[in-house]
Ligand binder design. Structure first.
Ligand code: ATP
Length: 281
């Protein structure tokens, strides 16, 4: 039996710069892992793939990303070995926190070990990119990375400062596809400041960080779901200086300096939404 933790992520910057012939958008993004984890148990079985899940409900059939990762490994390696994967689902689903992608990455790493496949990191990365654009980031050992292409061409970014995050999950699921489809054809020409953001993350006040956080999808998702726009305003009104929607939503998060502040904001939110306080990597 093998146990692997699968962390969540937030995007501190997300610009959509183009659309590819295959329908995928090209993006420029800054990913940051956070200490909110799914837990996966891998147990060998003679053949086949079985998924079970506790915690937040996700499908346990062939559409589960852990299933897809295991199936892909069976196909490329030719192994006849099977596995039972149990997932404790802690990461909010369809929230922009990459939970499914992280489970897929954890499965690739876990089964490479459990099944003695000896695939290289590079080979796992390539398989990860086939499963989803966010999967390669979770295969990196680094806490933060700059992603281009579909978000799967990665360069590690050194963020030395640790933050606490107030993560708010409203009771609605935004589909990633829907959010991207709502983007108009005129893709952003915004002169963006990712370099300033990375500098600010290491050196400047939360206020300056807040000014440089950016998510191109925010406006289109907020237009459709007004409650998310109100939620962002509410966090700002409580004094949180750095607030952003993660990925395609629906999670909205605030960066704060320490745990006390995070818990203080959580107490004041009186929210019907689920609120979590988590530390960055
Ligand atoms: P991203 O930011 O990468 O778009 P997300 O956090 O918005 O990710 P996920 O929670 O990763 O979204 O996945 C959303 C969809 O994938 C849901 O429809 C869910 O049912 C499906 N899914 C399949 N397998 C998993 C899994 N292991 N964990 C979570 N969702 C899964």
């Amino acid at each position: 039996m093998l146990v692997v933790l699968a962390p969540a992520k937030v995007n501190l910057f997300l610009d959509v710069v183009g659309k590819r012939k295959d329908g995928y958008h090209t993006i420029r993004t800054l990913f940051l892992k956070v200490r909110l984890y799914d837990k996966l148990w891998f147990r060998k079985q003679a053949s086949g793939i079985k998924i079970s899940c506790v915690g937040r409900p996700v499908p346990v059939d062939q559409s589960n990303l852990a299933y897809k990762a295991a199936r892909l490994l069976q196909q490329v390696s030719g192994t006849g070995q099977g596995v039972h994967i149990k997932i404790k689902k802690n990461i909010p689903v369809s929230a922009g926190m990459g939970g499914g992608s992280s489970d897929a990455a954890a499965t690739l790493r876990g089964l490479n070990q459990l099944w003695d496949l000896n695939l290289s990191d590079k080979a796992l990365m390539r398989l990860g990119a086939r499963l989803g654009a966010d999967v390669p980031f979770f295969l990196l050992p680094d806490a933060a990375a700059w992603g281009t292409g579909r978000g799967d061409r990665l360069a590690a970014v050194d963020i030395r400062r640790r933050f606490w995050l107030v993560v708010v999950k409203p009771p609605l699921a935004v589909s990633t596809r829907e959010a991207y489809q709502a983007l108009s054809d005129s893709l952003t020409k915004r002169k963006n400041n990712a370099k300033l953001l990375i500098y600010a993350l290491n050196n400047s006040s939360l206020e300056e960080i807040g000014e440089n956080l950016y998510n191109r999808l925010e406006s289109v998702v907020f237009e459709r779901y007004n409650s998310l726009a109100r939620l962002k305003k509410k966090l700002s009104a409580l004094g949180v200086r750095a607030v952003l929607m993660s990925g395609s939503g629906s999670v909205v998060f605030g960066l704060v300096a320490n745990r006390e502040e995070a818990q203080n904001i959580k107490r004041q939110l009186h929210s019907r939404h689920e609120v979590m306080t988590v530390r960055s990597f």
